[in-house]
Write a protein that binds this ligand. Sequence first.
Ligand code: NAP
Ligand code: MG
Length: 483
Amino acid sequence: MTDTTRLYIDGEWAPAGDGETFAVENPADTTETVNEYARGGTEDAKRAVEAAAAAQADWADTPAPDRGTVLRETGKILEDRKEELTELLTHEEGKTLSEAAPEVQRTIDIFYYYAEKAFDDDGTRKGASGGRTSVYTKLEPLGVAGLVTPWNYPIAIPAWKIAPALATGNTIALKPASNAPGVAAETVRALEDAGLPDGVINFVPGSGSEVGEVLTSHDAVDAVSFTGSAEVGHHVYQQATEGTKRAQAEMGGKNPAIITDSADVDEAVDTVGAGAFGVTGQACTANSRAIVHTDVYDEFLDGIVEYAESIEIGPGLEDPDMGPHVSQGELDSTLEYVDVGVEEGATLETGGERLDDGAYADGYFVTPAVFSDVSRDMRIFQEEIFGPVLAVTEVESFDEAVDVANDSQFGLSASVVTDDLAEAHEFVDRSESGVVKVNEKTTGLGLHVPFGGVKNSSTNTHREQGDAGLDFFTQTKTVYLNH
Ligand code: NAP
Ligand code: MG
């Protein structure tokens, strides 16, 4: 295991400049400290950026297949350590082992995928534009990438930024989220063990307002890729784009599922239940609104309440259905929104209670909540809650359902449950969101296709993942060659 009380800068694991550390606790039992981490400061962050800048030209000159080889080797190392990483993820972040394992597998797959993509790192050739001239394009790295990531997918999100950045010849300064930095540290360690040259990736845990600020605003940073809340994301994006940096910020959601009158209600309950309460509702794509046709409303409501009440809650390491919230702050925020919903006049059908006795006493456990009678003007309809809270709204028609679904500042993922092909297509066309799903939960994404939102869910400059990941980290040079 890595000595987590150290930062990784220019190929060296060393303590933070001022020797500070911070502790990460087990969210299922806060009497237990899982790990201590170096708390990097502003100076450490600057050194990380400088190291990345110094290493960039050589890394860009490294033949693309050799860069791919490092990524493939990293995937192999992570694969060998899969079980240990799954446990570490659960231990720090709280999700169940059954939820953590596919996230680690996805990370392994991301490294393998971009390892192959590195071979394709070239442009296009066009016919002669005249005389003996040929014209072609070549792709070049942007330079130094400042990456800032959230805690809720603490290994997959760093990976889906790191792998395309490295495949295309960029170097990196990475700040993981403070709640669960362990699996990101181990990913950096795997890259080192795979032979990544010194300085190509630099890793600085620490606070967002110190380390995060530097990585997203330093003059030597060329590309900023941020995932997290809308509040921080807009700030980061604005600051980054004051100069000439390329930037993307992927942010929150308030993802709807429409249940039409033709829907198989049992299927709808399973689809919405999995999307709403999986990973304790702590997904940017979590299904937080169900918009239900009046003909199936009562049946759906009974079903989803039963679903919520059947969820077994416990420490993620025991692999129940649902683990705790990641932190006191996230738990408090969910409980506060439950109070807000009740005050606004929605009906709390079930859940929304903190579990705090016996085995639950020292964890951030909350029961999954279902609100009915939710109207569009309510805060629980409009604001991202980031916990296991579902708002159910009754509608009279398909048209009204689409209108209600689109009545949101966010537009990340949206789903329709229907047996009517025309409605399915209609929803695909009219939904204001970056991802649309038919008869599938709002969560769960392919790593080989673009991902990103519209409206307040994203700065909507570039998508992530698949080829879009490579696009973000490269720029095109057009060459005219008269021979
Ligand atoms: P967050 O509070 O915005 O933090 C995200 C990252 O930004 C963390 O590493 C944080 O550091 C850092 N940060 C905080 N202030 C900063 C600043 N001034 N400058 C630069 N960086 C700063 O988000 P979170 O609570 O970790 O994650 C939950 C949010 O992420 C939700 O809104 C969720 O919807 C969103 N999310 C979006 C996607 C997507 O792809 N669209 C995916 C997953 C999550 P600290 O940890 O040290 O505070
Ligand atoms: Mg936060």
